[in-house]
Design a protein around this ligand. Structure first.
Ligand code: 13P
Ligand code: SF4
Length: 314
């Protein structure tokens, strides 16, 4: 508990604990503003994976969801990796359990699949895959896949179909999706465009096809920052999780950022990303838990396709 600390004391106490623990704080673009403001690095899944692999800190406090912290442990196993709330999961990762993927691959052994897994999956799914991708390198990874193999893309059918559109490469798609991004609809985004006719639209590739069609740019959360900075428009409709708005407003103060609305809400929050709070960040550094622990044999099998991705992405 952090009962004795006021909200203004907390950031200072966290920075002191960070120094004592020789920790680095890595945060995803969807984290709450207070966490982003404390972090040593804020970024997308790919940038965070590189930072996790390359850090010389003793402790990685990973402010994101479970598969992201698990990836950090896979690529840098000698570190203590902490996740402020172990229940920070991901609906997309949950949509492809490792045992179901294993059964599918056995039942379709005649297809001799080359499995490309979006990083939003468990270590068990990574261990069954040939290569991992993120939203920022998916096109490049699919283009690098062996031409004579059938590809199975897991777990996101929306990202998968976006990559098929861009590369022309045939792939079989696992029927998974992100519960946040499928809440955006053609009608909800068209209404936002009608209300802001001069705004450009940026959308994450986890959005459905009908929403992606309305976007000026479909890209990873990191690319959203450079796209909005470089684009001549003064305002942008941002069709992804609401945490993204903080980073855009902070780094590009001269422009206006409008959250993409869903049918039911003015913006979209990921309930998993939002499980992490600044109080839990403090307690995790103080207590050195919750910690990500992985079976070593599984870790080694899951590391191989991630390293392949990191090599292909440089
Ligand atoms: P990015 O890698 O683009 O940040 O996406 C991660 C994610 O979970 C999107 O929902
Ligand atoms: Fe998973 Fe969707 Fe949340 Fe990203 S926004 S962590 S894909 S549930």
């Amino acid at each position: 508990m952090t009962a004795t600390l006021t909200p203004t004391d907390l950031p200072r106490a966290i920075l002191e604990l960070k120094r004592l623990r020789r920790a680095v704080i890595l945060a995803h673009n969807y984290q709450v503003p207070e966490i982003q403001d404390l972090a040593d690095y804020v970024g997308d899944s790919l940038g965070l994976s590189y930072r996790a692999r390359d850090t010389d800190a003793d402790v990685i406090l990973f402010c994101g969801v479970h598969f992201m912290a698990e990836t950090a442990k896979i690529v840098n196993p000698s570190k203590t990796v902490l996740l402020p709330d172990l229940d920070a999961g991901c609906s997309l990762s949950d949509s492809c359990p490792a045992d179901k993927l294993d059964a599918f691959l056995r039942a379709h052994a005649d297809r001799n699949y080359y499995v490309i897994a979006y990083i939003n999956c468990s270590a068990g799914v990574k261990a069954l895959s040939d290569v991992i991708c993120t939203s920022s390198n998916a096109e490049r990874i699919v283009r690098a896949a062996p031409a004579d193999r059938n590809i199975l893309f897991v777990p996101d059918e929306n990202l998968g179909s976006w990559v098929i559109e861009r590369t022309g490469r045939k792939m079989d798609l696992w029927r998974g999706n992100c519960y946040v991004h499928v809440e955006f609809t053609r009608a909800s985004i068209q209404r936002a465009k009608d209300g802001h006719p001069d705004a450009a639209v940026v959308a994450h590739p986890e959005c459905p096809y009908a929403v992606r069609l309305l976007a000026d740019e479909v890209c990873s959360t990191e690319r959203m920052v450079s796209f909005c900075r470089e684009h001549p428009a003064r305002s942008f409709i941002v069709v992804t999780e609401s945490g993204m708005l903080h980073r855009l407003r902070k780094e590009i103060p001269g422009k206006v950022f409008i959250p993409g609305p869903t049918e039911h809400c003015a913006c979209a929050d990921c309930r998993y990303m939002k499980r992490n709070t600044i109080e839990k960040v403090h307690d995790a550094l103080r207590d050195l838990r919750p910690e990500i622990v992985l079976d070593e044999a599984l870790r080694i099998r899951a590391e191989r396709p991630i390293l392949r991705m990191l090599e292909l992405s440089r």
